[in-house]
Structures are given as C-alpha cells and as structure tokens.
Design a binder for this molecule. Sequence first.
Ligand code: NAD
Length: 406
Amino acid sequence: MNQYENAIEQLRKANRYLKYKESVVDKLSKIERFIEVNFSIKMDSGEVKVFRGYRSQHCNALGPYKGGLRFSLAVCEDEVKALSMWMTWKCSVAGIPFGGGKGGVEVDVSSLSEGELERLSRSYIRSVAEVIGPDRDIPAPDMYTNAKIMEWMVDEYEKVAEKPSPGVITGKPIERGGSEGRTEATGQGGVYILEELVKKAGLDRDRVRIAVQGIGNVGYFFAKLAMNLDYKIVAISDSRGGIFNDGGIDVVKALEYKEKNGNLAGMPGVSPVGNEQLLELPVDVLVPAAVENVVDGDNAGKIKARYIVEMANGPVTPEADDILTKREIVSIPDILANAGGVSVSYFEWLQNRSGEKWTKEEVLNKLEPLMRDSFIKVWENKEKYKCTMREAAYILGVRKVVEALI
Ligand code: NAD
C-alpha cells in the first residue's frame, strides 16, 4: 500500500472505536484540495529546467491548513496527501487551531547550487501563492528544507502579496520573524514524550538504550537532548548508513565528525551499522526519524525494541502495526510524538500576529505541558478503549475534527 492508502487504513482502524458512518469516514479520507505545479527555473548552465511540486490541503475544520514542505526525489502525490492528512490529526491531538496541509518538490537538493536552490524555492512558492496565506495555509520546513529556504519563500510571497506577511510561513530565521526554539522543537517535543513514556512504563532512565534512524534536524535534536538527560544513544544513522557503540555515542561529536568528513562512518570508537540492521538492534527504544514505511510487514517480526517513538511521519505501516501489537511492542504514533514542531510553529505564528518576541524559556514553558498533556490524554484513551496508542491518538484527534465539521 502507498502512504495515502496507509493513512486511510489507519483512519479506518480507529473508526472501529469511533463508529462514524461510512459517509464521515469517506469525507475524512478525501483531500479538500490538491494542486500540482510545474514551474521552471534557470540553471547555472543557462539551461531552463522544469520541476514538479505539490500542495495538499486535507482538512481545515480546526483552522488554516498547516504543514511542511519537503524537497526530495521521493516526493509524490500519495506521499504529500498522506502527510497532509496526518497533519490534520496531529494538530487536533496537540490542541492547535490548525488544519492539515503538506507540500513538496520532486528534487535532489544535493544536485543544486545555492543559487539554483534559491530560485527553485522562490519559484515554487510563487506557483502556490494563490492557495496559501497567513489565514489560509501556512507552510514550514520538513525534509531537506530549512530556515534559509523559508526566508526566501516569505520574501517571495511578500512580493506577490504586496504586503508584509511574516505569518505565511513558519520555521523562519529568528531575525526574519522566526521563533526561539523552533529548530529543536520537534526533537525536544519528542523527548518530553519519551520522558512520559518512561514514567508510565516504569523504566529506569539511565538504563534506557536508544537507536535513532536519521540524524537530521529531528533525529539530531532528539538524540542530543535525550543524551543530555542520560539516555544512552547506542546507534544513529543518516541516508548512507549508521554507527553503533554499545557504550553510547556522543551525538554532538558524531555530527561534528560528519560535518568535517562528510560521513558518519569512520568515526573512531564505533562500528558501522546498516539502516535496516539499525532497526533490528536489541535496544529499549527505537526512534525512526527519517522516512515513511521503514517498519513494514517484512521486518516487524524482527524488531527487538520494546518501544518505538515515531519521530518521522508514517514510519510504521498498518501491516507492521498489527505484528508489533501482537508482539506487545508499543509504538508511540507520529501524530503525537513529533507534534513539537508544529506546536512551536503555532507559537511563531502567534508571535508574528501579535508582534511579540518570546524567549526560548517562554517557548519551552508552553511546549512542555502541551506535549506531556497530549501524551497523558492519549494514554488515558488507550486504557479506556483497550487499544493501541495509535488508535487512542486517532480517537482523540479525529473526534475533535468531526465535532468541528458537524
Ligand atoms: P532532515 O532533512 O533534516 O533530515 C533527514 C535525515 O534522514 C537526514 O540525516 C538523512 O540523511 C536521513 N535519511 C534520509 N533517508 C534515510 C533513510 N532511508 N534511512 C536513514 N536515514 C535517512 O529532515 P527532518 O526535518 O529531520 O525530518 C525527518 C522526519 O521527521 C520526516 O519524516 C519529517 O516529515 C518528520 N518531521 C519533521 C518535522 C520538522 O520540524 N522538521 C516535524 C515533524 C515531523
């Protein structure tokens, strides 16, 4: 099944408890608006090249559409649609007044020069400008996009709109209206969730061993902040492969090593580990923080972790979910675990509208209770309905959306 079919299947599974009519499930399974744009830019060689981009707007019952922009060759219609649907549930679970959106461009950013990347970012946002806006649809960074790209995009959008519109995009640089704490927000939010999980499961924090797949923005800050709390990070990886050390990896040094040498492999004192092998390591907590569908029907039977904290979107397929549940492996779903990013995006949007500037401490003081309370509500649902954490999160998130719709 592709990601969009997976997302619909997850909704249907949750509906075994919610028991909405088929017409409601049908409405929630559909994307309210989906656009494909084909735009061209001039490459450094002088050649003109066409790129394909998308924006998907799943549901705005709770507020303006909100969701990241991904630049990757794997970006496609089904992926963007699924990601926008997950955003709807995520904002609802976190209690944020936003709906679900997502976008992306089919491109390998490593093949572009800085100038080409800027022209591509500006051209994409120009192509979708008429369907986005501070009260309509608010993009943010996701895989292979960052604060610099968001800055180019806001700048271009403001030219089209002919007025200052900092609230049209979140995840901007601080000096351009970004929020303190946004860069590390998703990882930080995940660590608050990890802390709640450890409490509920009665684990001993300094004995918890963690493997993190994908050491990008989300995975790096998750691993670093967990390490600072004495969790042992025994394995990390990027798209080229990973490293393992039973005694723990200093993730800050590992990233410094990668930045200097271009690769994690070769770092002294660690052994290499493949991305698939990393998923099957005998750890307490597995943290997929890269792409979708990495735990599927083929490898779910081989996962040795007792808990999975889904920092990536959609890393566990519905088929894998069934196998993991039978094996009593608890998966903390993406729509709960990685909501820290959109939560601080919401704080950024609020600051842009009010002209306020919050300190990092103020941001974290709002983020922490939001994440911990969401976890507790989902956990309570799990106990009440005797279901999985994913179903419990869907019960919470989908119900609020349906109540707003009818
Ligand atoms: P990023 O581009 O900063 O990092 C992605 C990392 O994953 C890189 O280290 C890359 O090398 C690695 N990677 C790519 N393919 C891989 C593979 N097949 N196996 C292992 N590693 C691989 O992206 P990010 O912003 O950290 O996003 C990571 C995930 O988190 C995505 O699923 C994204 O949708 C999700 N997410 C991001 C945010 C956010 O605020 N950035 C918020 C919520 C969810």
